[in-house]
Design a protein around this ligand. Structure first.
Ligand SMILES: Cc1ncc(C[n+]2csc(CCOP(=O)(O)OP(=O)(O)O)c2C)c(N)n1
Ligand SMILES: [Mg+2]
Length: 343
């Protein structure tokens, strides 16, 4: 990774911030690996992984006002969710479907991240439905700013809405409707597409006749930009610019982060049927965590000793989260009838 020119927003990140970004990527990976192991041990029913996407997600999270701006994530966004304030125990409680699960008391499937206090909007399982919803939130922000109910200069208030999804989901009608709405109304909206080249087994070229998802933005009058999604700082740079555009009232941005998932689509998928092992191994060499680790070591920001300490800490955090979730009570049968309708 080249040393960044000073004009890049990432050049202004302090060593503590860079290390926090690295820590969150590493924690997400270790938590994710444990989820796969728990599934293979028969302890949990389902896991859908964010592995390989950590750079795109943490780069995006650090560019917005975390916990204040609205985020409509998708199922791969474990690292993003952790960066926004979801804890490893929250995640484990979802995997185990426990009574006091943080997002929906275990009504949602795991990885449907949602937290009212963190302004994370829980998604529906049909892909891309979050896009018009997030564009609607961005509309509400703009409307409230225009009518004096929100102050566009107050950083303690939400000033943009971010929606995430995969490249395959940009072939859904909802995506086009949401993007069009955002473009027409010049909304404070960012759509982050995590392009991992596959929608389950369908490759990119089976989804679109243009080389970049970002090319699709022009049709809606939205700024489109693509970036190496395995380079956390490059993602941060384009996302920071997109966020500043939204904050300044300059309209929406589509950011396409090009990445790869080195594991099957979910715990129920066998990816050997649609892609070669050689392809997967090639991409593993571009792992965003290894890449960022090397950069931080080259820059003298991370030492081997610190890295070992992070690994120990991540292991302890994952162990603690798993044990806490395993010990927590399961839902009662009668709980199934609650929390769905207003009394
Ligand atoms: C409307 C709808 N159709 C199909 C599915 C089943 N499904 C779940 S994830 C997925 C693939 C999505 O691929 P992509 O958008 O590229 O995201 P990725 O999983 O690769 O991150 C599909 C087809 C769904 N959830 N919703
Ligand atoms: Mg995909």
């Amino acid at each position: 990774m080249a040393t960044r020119i000073f004009a890049c927003p990432s050049a202004r990140l302090k060593p503590e911030q860079l290390l926090e970004m690295f820590w969150l990527m590493l924690l997400s990976r270790r938590l994710d690996e444990r989820a796969w192991a728990l599934h293979r041990q028969g302890k949990i029913a389902f896991h859908i992984s964010g592995m390989g996407h950590e750079g795109a997600q943490v780069g995006a999270a650090f560019a917005i006002n975390r916990g204040v701006d609205y985020v409509h994530p998708y199922y791969r966004d474990l690292a993003l969710a952790l960066a926004l304030g979801i804890t490893p125990t929250d995640f484990m409680m979802s995997l185990f479907g426990k009574k006091d699960e943080y997002s929906s008391k275990a009504r949602q499937m795991p990885s449907h991240f949602g937290s009212k206090k963190l302004n994370i909007i829980s998604g529906s399982s049909p892909v891309a439905t979050q896009v018009p919803q997030a564009a609607g939130l961005a509309f509400a922000i703009k409307y409230k700013q225009q009518t004096g109910l929100l102050d566009p200069d107050d950083t303690s208030q939400p000033r943009l809405a971010l929606a995430c999804l995969g490249e395959g989901s940009t072939s859904q009608g909802e995506w086009h409707e949401g993007m069009n709405w955002a473009g027409v109304h010049r909304l404070p909206f960012i759509c982050l597409v995590q392009n991992n080249l596959y929608a389950i087994s369908v490759p990119l070229e089976g989804q679109m006749a243009v080389p970049h998802v970002a090319d699709r933005a022009a049709a809606y009058g939205v700024k489109g930009v693509w970036v190496d999604g395995n380079d956390v700082l490059a993602v941060y740079d384009v996302m920071a610019e997109a966020a500043q555009r939204a904050y300044r009232g300059e309209g929406p941005t589509l950011v396409e982060a090009k990445t790869y998932r080195p594991v099957p689509h979910s715990s129920d998928d066998d990816d050997r049927s649609y892609r070669s092992r050689e392809e997967v191994e090639e991409w593993k060499k571009k792992d965003p965590i290894l890449r960022f680790e090397k950069h931080l070591m080259d820059e003298g920001i991370l030492t081997q000793e610190q890295l070992d300490e992070y690994e120990t800490r991540a292991r302890a955090a994952v162990d603690h989260a798993q044990h806490a979730a395993e010990a927590a009570p399961d839902p009662d049968e009668t709980d199934a009838l609650g929390e769905v309708y207003a009394d």
